[in-house]
Write a protein that binds this ligand. Structure first.
Ligand SMILES: [Zn+2]
Length: 124
């Protein structure tokens, strides 16, 4: 019992450390790329050890190959091609693709128009 509690406590601690490491990586991304890469490397090792999934905003901020923190326009190239977001790491050349978020359907008929159609069909 105690062991299990300890593990969940350790996991939440690890989660906090991962978030902090990503914040550090962001804060130092402007000066030295290698420091933020080290932060991200540590965060990823922690996430693997405690089987924590790196959450969405963070998971897209770094290169999976060389761990560098992405600064769009400086070390990352972002393009949209065939409904996909393509992020290219300028440090090592790794490419990642994400699907574009789905757009909501805007061709729905407004309620007033639908009512008019009904009235017309009644008159015929
Ligand atoms: Zn890279």
């Amino acid at each position: 019992m105690a062991k299990r509690n300890d593990r969940s406590k350790q996991r939440s601690l690890a989660e906090e450390r991962i978030n902090r490491l990503f914040e550090l990586a962001r804060e130092h991304s402007g000066e030295d790329g290698s420091f933020s890469a080290t932060c991200i490397k540590h965060a990823r090792v922690l996430a693997m050890k405690y089987r924590i999934r790196i959450k969405k905003p963070y998971s897209r901020y770094f290169c999976r190959k060389c761990n560098s923190y992405f600064i769009p326009g400086r070390n990352a190239k972002t393009r949209i091609y065939r409904n996909r977001v393509i992020v290219t790491c300028e440090t090592c050349g790794a490419i990642r693709r994400y699907p574009l978020p789905e757009k909501k359907n805007t061709t729905e008929i407004p309620k007033n128009n639908a009512g008019n159609v009904m009235q017309k069909s009644n008159a015929e």
